[in-house]
Design a protein around this ligand. Structure first.
Ligand code: NAD
Length: 553
């Protein structure tokens, strides 16, 4: 009997080239009073907040516990614990690397459509039976309102799963030309080793996508979720497992990012980092990879989306009502904790004199509190250190002769980590508050003389090291073109007459440049290609048998 080589343990073959339908974006449920979905979500929220889930480490599909325990509490009620999680230590990370490398042989030998099937099924499970539970966990653990949870943990994650399956299908289809005598192909192999996904607290969708995208392309993954997001991350893992994800393809390692990264980045089979989070953490990981470069089997792929200081720039002829709405939504939804949140704005003096009282009144009227109460517009910021960081920034605003707190400025940590939506006016356009990311409901404003709008574009471009999102408000097409050109490198996602948040998968691929990341655009074909190592294959049907050439005579 002939022995099978080890990478062909199972032979998966059907004689069909399966198609993936062009997806449409998942419709957003409204949760209006009296709606069926509102009642279902309220009931799921009650369930999530009345239990404390014990979350294990999951390696090769098996559950593990350690003595090192972390806790997930609700940011808007910080004494209320909704989950405990076992933290992975060095031994668990090493074991996860072994499990990932072992699972890879079969996973990457499967036809691509078998892998895509897992994520397409996960999308359906999430759109149906899991929707309310994952939304409720995101509301409770990350303090999102029902709308913010719905657009994140339901719609965006469903879209990531469906659109990426379609993008992958199209990538596998793209093949080089062949001639009569030679048949050419591109084989999109996974990377040579395992991928490490380190994910942020603020989007359940991003957290799910970072391990899922490399896995779709045949890689196996170590997933380190953010501590406060661990409950929703765990449920995301369970959805993938229910959808048929084989053991070891994604290994779930809650706990310390520093510890997991230290072990994983030191391993010779480390082949890629898929990161979203703060700029300084990403830079430290990049340096660590650089330090270890001599030890790796391959050159690891590094993909990271990081911080932003996202701008709104208004021209004197703009639609003022649209501008006020964009500032309120863009700066304060989800407590300003979107990487894309508007955190600095530039308003012409004439416009400011007309909109300022409406902007300040609307901001001070925004309701803030428990997200289980659907009448609240904002919840709490994620944890105490975030509340303290914002408190410090607000004190800067209050202390200086060059700054003025126009509205908000109060932090209340007694029950939850509540920070009132705050607008600070800066008299210097290069003020620290106009340049630093504070990641909270804090909007810094600079009011400029109308005639200086063209010059101000240079200031907007140069003030902050980031280039994630930005929005302009203007009517005149010539003005819009001038602004778009001057700010071409200031934002990876650029909005004209709209708020700088709310990118939709398949419509506005998301990512920034400069200090904001590698700009590989999550939920786009380019990102999937970062997880593939193409092999070009040429087959010659009738091979030459004479080494000589005609020119030799
Ligand atoms: P963070 O950097 O604090 O944490 C992100 C992840 O890194 C977490 O899992 C954390 O545990 C881990 N981590 C922390 N320190 C580490 C270390 N030393 N080594 C290895 N891992 C470590 O970020 P966060 O607070 O979760 O998220 C907020 C930040 O993320 C903001 O700066 C925001 O702009 C950014 N963000 C960017 C995007 C984008 O697409 N550009 C999207 C979401 C969030």
């Amino acid at each position: 009997m002939r022995l099978q080589p080890p990478w062909l343990l199972v032979t998966y073959r059907v004689s069909a080239i399966k198609q993936v339908n062009k997806p449409s974006n998942e419709p957003i449920l409204g949760y209006a009073p009296g709606s069926a979905e509102r009642e279902k979500l309220q009931s799921a929220y009650k369930d999530v907040t009345s239990e404390c889930v014990e979350i294990p480490i999951i390696i090769g599909g098996q559950r593990f516990k350690t003595d090192d325990i972390g806790s997930v509490t609700m940011p808007h009620d910080h004494q209320h614990e909704i989950a405990k999680f076992h933290k992975a230590g060095k031994a668990e990370v090493k074991q996860a690397i072994i499990a990932a490398c072992a699972a890879k042989r079969e996973w990457c030998s499967m036809p691509w459509d078998a892998r895509a099937g897992v994520f397409l099924k996960a999308a359906e499970l999430l759109a149906g039976p899991w929707r309310m539970k994952l939304n409720a966990a995101t509301m409770a653990g990350q303090s999102k309102t029902c709308h913010q949870a719905e657009i994140d943990s339901a719609c965006e994650l469903i879209d990531f799963f469906r659109f990426n399956a379609k993008f992958a299908a199209d990538l596998y289809k793209q093949q080089p030309a062949s001639t009569a005598g030679a048949w050419n192909a591109t084989d999109l192999r996974p990377l040579d080793g395992f991928v490490l996904a380190i994910t942020p607290f603020n989007f359940t969708a991003i957290a799910g996508n970072l391990p899922a995208a490399p896995a779709l392309m045949g890689n196996t993954v170590l997933w380190k979720p953010s501590e406060p997001q661990t409950l929703a991350a765990y449920y995301t893992y369970l959805i993938l497992e229910e959808a048929g994800l084989p053991p070891g393809v994604i290994n779930f390692l809650p706990g310390s990012g520093r510890l997991v990264a230290q072990e994983a980045l030191a391993d010779r089979d480390f082949a890629g980092l898929h990161f979203t989070g703060s700029t300084h953490v990403f830079r430290s990981l990049w340096k660590e990879i650089g330090n270890n470069i001599d030890n790796y089997v391959s050159y690891p792929r590094i993909v990271g989306e990081t911080g932003g200081k996202d701008f709104v720039f208004a021209h004197p002829d703009c639609n003022e009502q649209a501008l006020v709405t964009a500032l309120v939504r863009g700066a304060f939804e989800y407590q300003g904790q979107k990487c894309s949140a508007a955190s600095r704005c530039y308003i012409p003096q004439s416009v400011w004199s007309r909109i300022s009282s409406q902007l300040l009144d609307t901001t001070s009227s925004l309701t803030i509190g428990d997200v289980g109460d659907f009448s609240n517009y904002l919840g709490a910021v994620i944890n105490e250190s975030s509340a303290d960081r914002l408190q410090k920034a607000i004190s800067l605003g209050a202390d200086s002769a060059n700054r003025d707190i126009l509205v908000g400025g109060k932090v209340d940590k007694s029950k939850g980590w509540f920070v009132k939506p705050t607008i600070v006016q800066c008299l210097n356009p290069n003020d620290e508050l106009m340049a630093t990311e504070y990641f909270g409901p804090l909007l810094s404003t600079y009011v400029y003389p109308d005639h200086e709008w063209s010059h101000m574009l240079e200031v907007v471009d140069a003030t902050s090291p980031y280039a994630l999102t930005g929005a302009i408000f203007a009517r005149d097409r010539l003005v819009i073109e001038e602004m778009s050109t001057a700010l071409r490198f200031s934002a990876g996602n650029f909005y004209i007459n709209d708020k700088p948040t709310g990118a939709v998968v398949g419509q506005q691929p998301f990512g920034g440049s400069r200090a904001s990341g590698t700009n590989d655009k999550a939920g786009a074909p380019g990102n999937l290609m970062r997880w593939a190592s193409p092999r070009t294959i040429k087959e010659t049907f009738v091979s030459p048998t004479n080494y000589s050439y005609p020119f030799l005579g």
